[in-house]
Design a protein around this ligand. Structure first.
Ligand code: BES
Ligand code: MN
Ligand code: MN
Length: 455
């Protein structure tokens, strides 16, 4: 049975590529209101595919912003029910000039397909659709019951997903969940994510004069909001690169000896970091290794600063206001709610009396840990090993997938994070790509995963 599906997948690779390209041409950027129609178009495109595969009960569950796709196939009586999660929304593309080819014109260079969303997460959503199609078209039925939940707000924090899950508790009931929205270590070395960081995303706005001022007429007499903002930002880390927010580290979980040893064994060195990022040396919190700092320690980043004059040429102005986008990555047992509260208090305490400071929390997600001993995770290890010829590594991942902890809390659902991206896929960055051998092998691996879990 598995063999027929694998053969089908192999024979249909070029169509699988064409269909992925079709989906990638839809600019479903969830955070930009101007793209709301495109986001919906991507959802509708997927529902058409699901129909063709033979899925039933296909619905777009509406939210205040972008819909959640639901579909199921529930005819494997006595077998477990697997919930497959993915997201069809993508991150913005700027700076757009740095793309070698346009972000929504998927382009093949070598073995890589370049486009926004190619790896995160449309390519990996398509892995599942193609695996399901291969089985349905050869066997006429799936080896287990399947529910799909593909959302359009992952890249903006999955805020509305909670409500959808709450309102449709029965619909989403399952025995396990699989998510392909993460990365392998290399094209031949699979990796199972056993922890994800949480996130608290904020905006800090500093307001000074009621309007922009001539910097000669008033310079020296008013506190420049842009500079005040930079002063605040510069105080958010100390000389050890620790975050200065009081109480911020109180609930941070300390790794066990075994977890530390496992991290050390990962084939990831400062050289790897250099190669992947182009930096000359690593940076971060004193007292921890690079992998610990990424997977097991909380961090704070500045994503952008807006204000003043940034056009070509020169303009002498004191801007009336300045704004920074700042986020914190969180680890167990921190929560987004508490991190936001502590952050706000700290920023307010750092605010000089010469300006006004306003802190806004845009979205948050709590960190998650998954049980690697669960059958749903062990099945992923088996499918990986058969497909790639190597046992997977286990990793505490630095990124966030908000739904994981939501599913754990609401349904006590075990989650398997079986990804097929690569560390150099340039997620969220210009020239995002998907390594096509990972697409095709991912489909094979996923076919094996379904059968393995159904055993
Ligand atoms: N797929 C990523 C998360 C990820 C990245 C997992 C790298 C494993 C390796 C996901 O789409 C993502 O980018 N999530 C956001 C979530 C946030 C907006 C709440 C993130 O981590 O920034
Ligand atoms: Mn993703
Ligand atoms: Mn992402």
């Amino acid at each position: 049975m598995t063999q027929a599906a694998l053969q089908y997948a192999h024979k249909n690779q070029s169509r699988a590529l064409e269909e992925l390209k079709e989906l990638l041409r839809i600019p479903s950027i969830s955070t930009l209101p101007d793209h709301a129609k495109d986001v919906r178009r991507a959802a509708e495109w997927i529902t058409q595919k699901l129909k063709a595969i033979g899925f039933e009960n296909i619905q777009l569950l509406e939210t205040p912003r972008h819909p959640v796709i639901y579909a199921d196939w529930l005819h494997a009586s006595g077998k477990p029910t697997l919930l497959i999660y993915g997201h069809y929304d993508v991150q913005p593309v700027d700076p757009v000039n740095e793309w070698e080819t346009p972000p929504f014109e998927p382009t093949l260079r070598g073995e890589n397909l370049y486009a926004r969303g190619s790896s995160d997460d449309k390519g990996q959503v398509m892995v599942h659709l193609k695996a399901l199609e291969a089985i349905m078209k050869t066997d006429g039925r799936l080896p287990l019951n399947v529910k799909l939940m593909i959302e359009g707000e992952e890249e903006i924090g999955s805020e509305n997903l909670k409500g959808v899950l709450d309102n449709h508790k029965k619909l989403f009931q399952a025995d396990a969940c699989v998510i392909s929205d993460s990365q392998m270590l290399t094209p031949t070395q699979p990796l199972i994510v056993v922890g994800l960081r949480g996130l608290c995303y904020t905006e800090v706005e500093v307001t000074g004069p009621s309007h922009d001022l001539h910097s000669g007429a008033y310079g020296g007499a008013v506190h420049n909001p842009m500079k005040a903002l930079c002063e605040i930002i510069s105080k958010l880390h100390d000389a050890q690169n620790k975050i200065t927010i009081p109480g911020f580290y109180d609930k941070v979980r300390i790794l066990s000896k075994e977890e530390k040893e496992e991290l050390v064994k990962l084939p990831f060195t400062d050289k790897t970091l250099q190669q992947e990022t182009g930096v000359s040396k690593p940076w971060g919190e004193a007292g921890f290794t690079t992998k610990e700092r990424i997977g097991a320690r909380p961090t704070l980043e500045v994503h952008g600063i807006r204000g003043g004059f940034i056009g070509d040429g020169a303009k002498t102005v004191i801007p009336a206001k300045a704004l920074a986008k700042i986020s914190m990555r969180l680890v167990p047992n921190q929560t987004a709610e508490e991190a936001g509260r502590l952050f706000k208090k700290h920023i307010e305490s750092l605010a000089p009396s010469t300006v006004k400071v306003n802190v806004k929390i845009l979205h948050g997600a709590d960190p998650a840990l998954v049980d690697r001993k669960h059958k749903a995770v062990e099945a992923a290890a088996k499918a990986y090993e058969t497909t790639f010829g190597a046992k997977p590594f286990y990793l505490l991942e630095g990124g966030s997938i908000p739904v994981v902890v939501q599913l754990q809390r609401m349904f006590n659902l075990p989650v398997a994070l079986m990804g097929f991206g690569l560390p150099d896929d340039r997620l969220h960055s210009p020239n995002e790509k998907y390594h096509l051998p990972n697409y095709y092998k991912g489909i094979e691996c996923t076919i094996r995963y379904y059968y393995e879990l159904a055993k």
